[in-house]
Design a protein around this ligand. Structure first.
Ligand code: SAM
Length: 344
């Protein structure tokens, strides 16, 4: 959304200003409704056609009138459609909340409504003090929390897979991976990005490197398994050695410069001369342009220990300090860019 600059006596009941501001101010009302429908699993029940509110509330063990009000509100923003007789049907938006929909976004909706929502309540304090909200709320850093809470970890990994399936095909469309022999995905989650890359590069083999409990949950299609290796480990200690390309997708933004440098230096040590580094991240600039990256940066401020979205200059400096030269920044239609680097 773009806005013009104004004088102090601007009328703020302006027909454009008030609704636009209200939409932004009440944004969390909508996300709270989406979270609740996702958690209940409403979209799963509508897979085979419309259902009435009595049937929905019976199957979901929900209070009929409250559920009706929830679904009526969501139908007002296009998530579900209300039919006559308090019946509801799926829309293209609600379909994305189905657990088994291709590219399902259900885990993202659930993740944002649980730990994330609670931690966003600390934004004012974080902006005033710079403190780390996740630790203030949960008493430990985010990845330690996920290690100790398998259910939340499962939702987080599902959300990462969902982000991956919605954005990583754009990465494969923007970059040619076929010249590499072995690519290592560092912090690769359950391996979704690697699977998409291998589908497009038939002679490439791949290594999925992540924390041991995460690689255990990897979901690799059978036809790709002969070209796949799993490697559990801690990227602050060392990473798998022997790849000619290393990719990190939405990993560096989890960390402050000191930790990001440690990861990049460990990759530098593990790769041959002229190895290629590919970092997939949002690149944010102070350009007054809209973009998810700038809000994701606030999410990083709250959820991580020093994580942030970075500008192209900040990435250039980070690459240089880790022994890489930043050779290209390739934008993709999904908003993330591929930052290609070469070992110096
Ligand atoms: C934001 S997720 C990105 C997942 C994946 N690359 C993607 O794009 O979907 C960050 C990943 O870093 C992994 N990670 C965190 N700390 C790690 C560590 N010390 N060593 C290895 N992996 C780690 C997490 O388990 C998680 O899978």
């Amino acid at each position: 959304m773009s806005a013009t600059t104004v004088s102090p006596c601007q009328d703020n009941t302006d027909v454009q200003v008030f609704p636009a501001m209200m939409q932004m101010i009440t944004g969390y009302w909508v996300s709270g409704c989406i979270y609740t429908a996702a958690k209940l699993g409403v979209a799963d029940l509508l897979e085979n056609g419309p259902l009435g509110i009595e049937e929905l509330s019976r199957q979901l063990s929900a209070h009929p009138d409250s559920l009706y009000r929830l679904l009526r509100a969501l139908s007002g923003v296009g998530v579900f459609k209300e039919l006559e007789g308090k019946r509801f049907e799926q829309t293209q938006f609600s379909n994305a909340l189905r657990t088994s929909a291709p590219g399902s976004i259900r885990s993202v909706a659930i993740m944002m409504g649980e730990e994330h929502y609670k931690v966003w309540g600390h934004l004012l304090q974080s902006v005033k003090t710079g403190d780390r909200a996740f630790e203030a709320v949960y008493g430990m850093p985010v990845f330690e929390y996920f290690q100790k809470n398998p259910e939340s970890s499962e939702i987080f990994n599902g959300a990462m897979t969902s982000f991956a399936s919605n954005m990583h095909s754009a990465v494969v469309g923007a970059y040619d991976f076929s010249g590499f022999k072995k690519i290592v995905d560092v912090g690769g989650g359950h391996g979704r990005l690697l699977s998409v890359i291998l589908e497009h590069a038939p002679t490439l083999s791949a290594v999925l490197f992540d924390l041991p409990h995460v690689v255990q949950g990897a979901a690799i299609p059978e036809r790709l398994q002969s070209r796949f290796e799993l490697a559990g480990g801690d990227f602050f200690q060392a990473v798998y050695a022997g790849g000619d390309a290393y990719i990190l997708s939405t990993v560096i933004h989890d960390w402050d410069d000191e930790h990001a440098l440690k990861i990049l230096k460990n990759i530098h040590a593990a790769m041959p001369e002229n190895g290629t580094l590919l970092v997939v991240e949002n690149v944010v600039e102070g350009d007054n342009q809209p973009g998810l990256g700038k809000l994701l940066d606030i999410n990083m401020l709250l959820m991580t220990e020093g994580g942030r979205e970075r500008s192209s200059e900040e990435y250039k400096a980070l690459y240089r300090a880790a022994g890489f030269e930043l050779t290209r920044i390739i934008p993709t239609p999904s908003g993330v860019s591929i930052l290609e680097g070469r070992k110096r």
